[in-house]
Design a binder for this molecule. Structure first.
Ligand code: DGL
Length: 274
């Protein structure tokens, strides 16, 4: 067991976690951050449990090698398929003093505040939908809420290939919005339960009924992390406070910079890792 001090680490299968880290940095700008996108092996959403677990564990270990005491799995698919095993089986052997947190639990805790009809829509990857993480977790906290899920397998490739602002994206955004609402017209809240989807937010807004409130996870995760650090001063003290951000990708760093620039201005420090 070590007591390393270092940055808050973020991991996603690709660019999606940038939407989460952006919100966290706005609320907590004082800390140092390191982000890893496994862009070369994305998407995770269609991969099996074992593969997502293996890739996620490798990436968490890589982030720990940058001395981070706290890693956030800013990916719903990896949170659904790998988080619990890493927390329970792997972390005690790697370093029991470090922590790995996910994005599903804080989202489920917050979602109940937003619905009046009690029908909540969940847009997610096929992997997250099949894991039933959202319906099962909500059932525990708010059994009065009905969850209606819609898998959106084409949305992550649109983001990863920088096609999310193009007119061609409209077809697939409309398709899944219509499919969700036709399952249950009483839905009044939709959660974007894949960290890539906020990049499609303006189009999603266009194709859902105006009465539907769309929830992105960034602010929810940021507030939950702030709360966690207030409750865990022993972890907060181990986070270095220089306000820096560095980016790691398993793909080409120039490609990564293009999308990361949507969120972060200036010359970005992007490094390719294997
Ligand atoms: N951004 C990830 C999520 O939140 C998954 C994207 C992928 O399919 O790799 O679920």
């Amino acid at each position: 067991m070590s007591n390393v001090c270092g940055p808050i680490a973020f991991f996603d299968s690709g660019y999606g976690g940038l939407t989460i880290m952006d919100s966290v940095r706005k609320l907590l700008p004082q800390y140092d951050y390191v982000y890893l996108g496994d862009n070369a092996r994305n998407p995770y959403g269609t991969r099996s449990f074992d593969v997502v677990y293996q890739y996620t564990l490798e990436c968490v270990n890589k982030l720990f090698s940058f001395d981070s005491p706290l890693a956030i799995i800013a990916c719903n698919t990896a949170s659904a398929k790998a988080l619990r095993t890493i927390q329970q089986n792997d972390l005690p052997h790697i370093d029991a003093s470090r922590r790995v947190l996910g994005v599903i639990r804080p989202s489920v805790e917050a979602i109940g505040e937003y619905t009046k009809t009690g029908y909540v829509g969940v847009f997610a990857t096929q992997g997250t939908v099949d894991s039933l993480s959202y319906p099962m977790e909500l059932q525990k906290l708010r059994p009065d809420i009905t969850v209606v899920q819609q898998a959106c397998p084409m949305w992550v490739p649109l983001v990863e290939n920088s096609e999310y602002q193009d007119p061609g994206a409209d077809y697939f955004v409309k398709k899944y919005c219509d499919a969700l609402m036709s399952q249950c017209p009483k839905i009044d809240v939709v959660i974007l339960a894949c960290t890539h989807y906020p990049l499609l937010l303006s189009k999603i807004r266009q194709y859902l009924p105006k009465s539907v409130n769309i929830i992105c996870q960034g602010d929810i995760v940021a507030k939950s992390l702030e709360n966690y650090l207030q409750r865990h001063p022993e972890m907060e003290e181990r986070l270095t406070k220089g306000g820096t951000v560095r980016f790691l990708t398993t793909e080409n760093p120039h490609k990564f910079k293009f999308t990361a620039k949507v969120f972060f201005k200036g010359d970005l420090d992007v490094q390719q890792i294997i």
